[in-house]
Write a protein that binds this ligand. Structure first.
Ligand code: HEM
Length: 270
């Protein structure tokens, strides 16, 4: 563990140094996340309170580790699960591609600004997160005071674990076709992912809910939209959609037990 920590510290130190010593001629480049943190370094976050939180080098490294560890695996695994469901449901792929053709056309690549107009893709991602939440038990929480909830007494300092995987597959919440990948269930529904609709909380809820929800959703939709817009996708070696193994591997994040393989064919006009 100590070795890993030292190695990680060297990587992070290099990232910070690279940002501190931008070569002349590149000074006008757009500021990124690390530039912003460095610009706030060693000054109180609240200028009217000298005891306020101060961002130092170590804290910048800690925040960066949080960002990297929270972001990569979760987004990559969600893309892989969504793609698996799409390969099992060619009809849904056709509909996403029809939406992309309507919004983007076939002569240019998808851009980030297109995402807000891709409403069917939004439903596809919600449905994928319902069935395949990356954090099936979210992150353990602790009650700050004694509380009674729906007739249950929860003492202060209880460890609370939310089984969102089970909520996502509960027929009383989602009706009988709960095991089916069916994005259309979100048509005319106001359910969103921000954490107030408790039947769909793959990013958690409340003050300790996921701070990366917007970056995560943008990344997932952008990657999926580009992959589906640019390419047709087939399963390898004549495999049929129903043959695709959907076994889960339970861990800190819930990934596919086996990697997904798919064969692309280019489909844009140029
Ligand atoms: C598909 C993408 C993602 C999913 C499904 C996801 C899911 C979650 C969940 C379930 C939690 C625990 C929330 C709770 O228990 O209430 C969480 C926490 C967290 N996530 Fe994400 N996340 C994603 C992307 C990201 C990204 C892109 C970042 C960073 C840029 C990030 C950073 C974090 C951090 C730092 C926490 C801990 C928050 C705290 O303890 O206060 N996540 N995430």
């Amino acid at each position: 563990m100590k070795k890993v920590r030292r190695a990680l510290d060297i990587v992070l130190e290099n990232i910070i140094k690279e940002h501190e010593n931008i070569p002349s001629g590149q000074q006008d480049r757009q500021m990124d996340f690390i530039d912003t943190l460095i610009s706030l370094m060693n000054q109180p976050m609240n200028p009217h309170d000298e005891h306020a939180y101060i961002l130092d080098r170590t804290k910048i490294k800690a925040i960066t580790v949080d960002m990297i560890s929270g972001a990569y695996d979760t987004s990559a695994a969600t893309i892989e699960w969504t793609f698996s469901e799409l390969l099992r449901h060619p009809q849904v792929v056709k509909q996403v591609q029809a939406e992309l053709e309507g919004v983007v056309g076939m002569n240019r690549m998808v851009e980030e600004t297109d995402l807000e107009n891709l409403t069917y893709l939004d439903m596809v991602v919600k449905e994928s997160l319902r069935l395949h939440p990356i954090g099936p038990l979210l992150v353990p929480h602790e009650s700050m005071e004694d509380i009674e909830l729906n007739g249950y007494y929860v003492p202060k300092k209880s460890r609370i674990i939310i089984n969102f995987w089970a909520i996502g597959r509960d027929p009383y919440v989602w009706s009988n076709n709960v095991e089916e990948f069916y994005p259309e269930r979100f048509i005319n529904s106001n359910i969103d992912l921000k954490g107030c609709d408790f039947q769909l909380i793959p990013f958690g809820s409340g003050r300790r809910g996921c701070p990366g929800i917007h970056l995560g959703l943008t990344t997932i939709k952008y990657v999926l939209a580009q992959l589906l817009h640019c390419f047709h996708w087939d399963l390898p070696s004549g495999m049929l959609p129903n043959d695709l193994d959907m076994t889960e591997k339970f861990g800190l994040s819930m990934r596919r037990a086996k990697h997904l393989y798919a064969v692309p064919t280019y489909r844009l006009l140029n």
